[in-house]
Design a protein around this ligand. Structure first.
Ligand code: FAD
Length: 498
């Protein structure tokens, strides 16, 4: 261990971000060489939402040595093959963003080009006919892939408060020291400006070399102590509020999340084993809280299990995620609405990146700069993918949709849309979270067809192509029908703990 090594870390906040950060740091650092302390306040509590994930969550479980079935049991969880979008694009439209692709390339060309050709010849098949997650989701079935050749993946729905509880025991067993207390202020080093110590209301002082700010929207250290600044993206993603409440289940849990577009936003349904998670994300520019609450309540399936509560947020990001000796992770770093369930994924990638770019007490600014560069790029590419869902709309029934249809777009997104329309291809950077099949799902799902298909497709006789794709579809349907109903799979593998 070198003289300048980091010897102590304080994490402020014990929500999903705080406990995931603590677990990953404890996995890689030796507690004898670097102490990890997490301070949280029961009085303040956590945000208490965040129940749907993306497939990267599997990787986190694997990294931490958490058995996936035990995880689903302990969090009353269920499996997720993708998201069904209703009334996006136009009222009555239903499309699916599955975790997977549309099958192997045919003669080196992605299947959606071949589909586009047959579509232009009048074939009625949908691109979803070549998606295995879609075929299973439609039938309410679930089975994990038996090999990587199955070209689909899955994620989870889970109860976030049960998850934080089980991560806490996991971390405490690995040497993370938890402190109950409300942080009231932070003192800075007169020379470097770094945070030197945080003080809790009961007078305790907690010094550390590195601080991880997981204190939620306030950004206790990154903003209140360091005034880092925030880039507001509400002109592109105008939703700034959500009304949320759980409801009693009305049937077996579906293996997918549902997102239904409404007049001033959209409403989610996240099926857990013991309840349904619900929320209506809306823009206060385009509706009022009372109206949003009424619309939400009218569209909740089953009996509400709690009074609806309203949450506010500002979509955007801190100007720097890493500032001095503070790294902001989770809501403290920034927020984008949960349309594609990306927040927990961003927590995971942020803490993994901090491990990758782990500092020492020389605080070489080139390390923080690179961390910030990659994190900003990751946030912005996800932002563009979320905006895509809104800007492709053809809805004319409400002011929100008129705004989204005509708003100016980030150049990076406008470029992707142009290239897709011209060629059916999506130009992607190396660090993009969403690969081409995801973009294709949202473009085609919203009725945007590329002007042409890849000319290499014309090497294949249309009859042969038609027969090949029909055979693919039959095989997918057979595989989906061989999978058990989702609730049967859950009962067998991971029934919720009482
Ligand atoms: P919080 O949960 O707010 O935790 C903050 C912590 O800091 C708490 O422990 C609190 O006690 C502590 N704290 C605050 N101030 C102090 C203080 N002064 N002293 C001591 N401790 C303090 N994400 C997804 O991945 N999927 C989803 O489906 C999803 N849905 C969402 C829906 C909505 C409407 C919203 C708003 C968010 C959603 N998210 C979702 C995001 C997700 O909820 C968060 O990313 C996740 O819960 C992490 O939150 P956090 O830990 O950063 O903050």
């Amino acid at each position: 261990m070198t003289e300048s090594a980091i010897r102590s870390i304080v994490i402020v906040g014990g929500g999903t971000a705080g406990w995931i950060s603590a677990a990953v740091l404890a996995r890689f650092l030796d507690p004898a060489q670097c102490s990890i302390t997490l301070i949280e306040s029961e009085e303040i509590g956590t945000i208490g939402v965040g129940e749907a994930t993306v497939p990267l969550m599997q990787h986190l479980n694997g990294l931490l040595g958490i058995d996936e079935r035990e995880f689903v049991k302990a969090t009353q969880g269920s499996f997720k093959l993708g998201i069904e979008f209703r009334d996006w694009g136009q009222i009555g439209n239903v499309h699916f963003h599955g975790f997977g692709d549309y099958g192997d390339a045919i003669e080196g060309v992605a299947p959606h080009h071949h589909w586009r050709k047959l579509h232009s010849l009048g074939d009625p098949a949908s691109i979803d006919d070549y998606s295995l997650p879609y075929a299973m989701a439609r039938r309410g079935r679930f089975m994990p892939p038996s090999s990587n050749a199955d070209f689909y993946r899955y994620a989870f729905h889970f109860d976030a408060s049960l998850y934080a509880r089980s991560l806490r025991s996991h971390c405490e067993a690995r040497g993370v020291h938890r402190v109950e207390g409300r942080v009231v202020t932070a003192e800075r080093d007169g020379e470097t400006g770094h945070i030197a110590v945080v003080l809790t209301a009961d007078g305790q002082r907690h010094e550390a070399d590195l601080f991880v700010d997981c204190s939620g929207f306030r950004g206790l250290l990154i903003e209140e102590a360091l005034n880092t600044g925030y880039e507001d993206w509400r002109h592109w993603l105008p939703c700034d509020s959500a009304v949320v409440a759980p409801s009693a289940p009305t049937g077996p849990p579906t293996p997918f999340t549902v997102s239904t577009a409404r007049e001033a936003g959209w409403q989610w349904r996240i099926p857990l084993q013991h309840r349904m998670g619900n929320g209506y994300v809306y823009s206060t520019r385009f509706t009022e809280d009372d109206r949003a609450r009424d619309l939400f309540t009218a569209n909740v399936p089953g009996k509400l299990l709690a009074d609806p509560r309203v949450l506010r947020f500002t979509t955007g990001r801190r100007r720097k995620f890493w500032n001095g000796n503070v790294v902001a992770i989770g809501l403290a770093g920034g927020f984008m609405e949960p349309l594609e369930s990306t927040s927990i994924q961003l927590i995971q990638t942020a803490i993994a990146r901090l491990v990758e770019f782990f500092p020492d007490r020389n605080w070489d600014s080139r390390i923080a700069d690179e961390y910030n560069r990659v994190t900003v790029s990751e946030f912005e590419r996800i932002r563009d993918f979320l905006i895509l869902h809104y800007c492709l709309t053809r809805r004319t029934d409400a002011p929100l949709w008129d705004y989204c249809r005509t708003m100016p777009l980030p150049d990076t997104l406008a470029h992707k849309i142009d290239v897709f329309r011209a060629s059916g291809r999506v130009p992607l950077l190396a660090e993009e979270s969403y690969q081409e099949p995801s973009w294709v799902a949202i473009f085609l799902g919203n009725g945007v067809l590329p002007d042409r298909y890849d000319p290499l497709v014309d090497r294949i006789d249309p009859e042969r192509l038609r027969a090949g794709l029909a055979q693919r579809h039959r095989l997918l349907v057979r595989a989906a029908e061989a999978a058990p109903p989702h609730e049967v799979f859950l009962q067998r593998c991971c029934p919720a703990e009482a």
